[in-house]
Design a protein around this ligand. Structure first.
Ligand code: F6P
Length: 339
């Protein structure tokens, strides 16, 4: 399927939509199942056949496909994880891997695909749609809520509530023992989950990759504010704040303040699981239906987003290249209220 320069031979003729694929890719997020259900049933309502692609792009390469009927997505709206499973595929990042995936899609007569995932997943879809004649529409599904062009990504709200419940419990023991807790939350490159969970938990300090000045705040708190708080405090640390994360920061705090009783709690993958909140289910459902609509309207390489509660379409190249801005004003609010 490629010429001697390894450039794919692509027929530009668009095909009439008959059968679509749907898959989840990258880190799972609560609400992905609600999106799979909505895509499947909206497609069936429009007389399309639906194929579930298992294990993300890796499953696409290997032809790990299952037919999806309405009954197959029954009873899944409340489930965390993804019934289609997910993966991060190194092979798909190679031209050979994408060619295998394209051949599998052709063999299964799949005309267009809905991809539910984050920026890595959409980058893969964009690359493949530029090389081969296949349309992808994306639904943002990641607990990080870091996609440009959408206020919301599926799973973020559930993860936020998971973090808040966990930190509330940690607060109880921090106060009882008079300890400083550094609580690390997910977000490799994005601090939104840390920022908003910190606000919701009344954290004393929030460290996020988007604002390095927050380390001065931590210093101020440890030098002075800590004493006002009857010797306990919660510091929320976004995983991506600095290499080594909360453990590394705790080491430095211990060195500078040997008198303090410091503990670290890394919340980890607990943040990715659990039954999705009502909003995650509702938004996943709206986005799933909008994704099928977009394919029926012959859209290609767009992500479905939410802008002030309204469904929008954002080109993949913008969604993956531009950064999602965060409201750093929230840090001022936190600073004012935590003293
Ligand atoms: O992208 C979602 C996310 O949960 C990030 O917040 C985190 O850094 C990453 O996935 C962890 O990925 P994995 O489960 O592959 O270790």
């Amino acid at each position: 399927m490629t010429d001697k320069n390894n450039v794919p031979n692509v027929s530009q003729k668009r095909v009439k939509l008959r059968r679509i694929g749907v898959f989840t890719s990258g880190g799972d997020a609560p609400g992905m199942n609600a999106a799979i259900r909505a895509v499947t049933r909206a497609a069936i309502a429009n007389k399309l056949k639906v194929v579930g692609i298992r294990r993300g792009y890796q499953g696409m390469i290997e032809g790990d496909f299952i037919p999806l009927k309405s009954a197959d997505v029954s009873g899944i709206i409340q489930l965390g994880g993804t019934i289609l499973k997910t993966a991060r595929s190194a092979e798909f990042r190679t031209p050979e891997g994408r060619e295998k995936a394209w051949l599998q899609l052709q063999k299964a007569d799949i005309d267009a695909v809905v991809v539910i995932g984050g920026d890595g997943s959409f980058t893969g879809a964009l690359t493949m749609s530029q090389e081969y004649n296949i349309s992808f529409v994306g639904i943002p599904g990641t607990i990080d809520n870091d996609m440009y062009g959408t206020d919301y990504t599926i799973g973020y709200e559930t993860a936020l509530n998971t973090v808040v419940c966990a930190v509330d419990k940690i607060r109880d023991t921090a106060v009882s023992h008079g300890r400083i807790f550094l609580v690390e939350v997910m977000g490799r490159e994005a601090g939104l989950l840390a920022l908003n969970s910190g606000i919701a938990c009344g954290a004393e300090v929030i460290l996020i990759p988007e604002s390095k000045e927050q380390h001065d705040e931590l210093k101020r708190f440890l030098d002075k504010g800590y004493k006002n708080k009857e010797r306990s405090g919660i510091v929320i640390v976004a995983e991506g704040d600095e290499p080594g994360g909360a453990l590394k920061i705790a080491e430095a705090v211990g060195r500078d303040h040997p008198d303090l009783d410091v503990r670290v709690s890394i919340l980890g993958h607990i943040q990715r699981g659990g039954s999705p909140t009502a909003n995650d289910r509702i938004n996943a459902t709206r986005m799933g239906i909008a994704a099928v609509d977009a394919l029926l309207d012959d859209q290609k390489s767009v992500m479905i987003g939410l802008d002030n509660g309204k469904i929008v379409q954002v080109p993949f190249n913008k969604a993956v290249k531009l950064n999602h801005s965060i409201d750093t004003g929230l840090l001022d609010i936190q600073k004012m209220l935590s003293m």
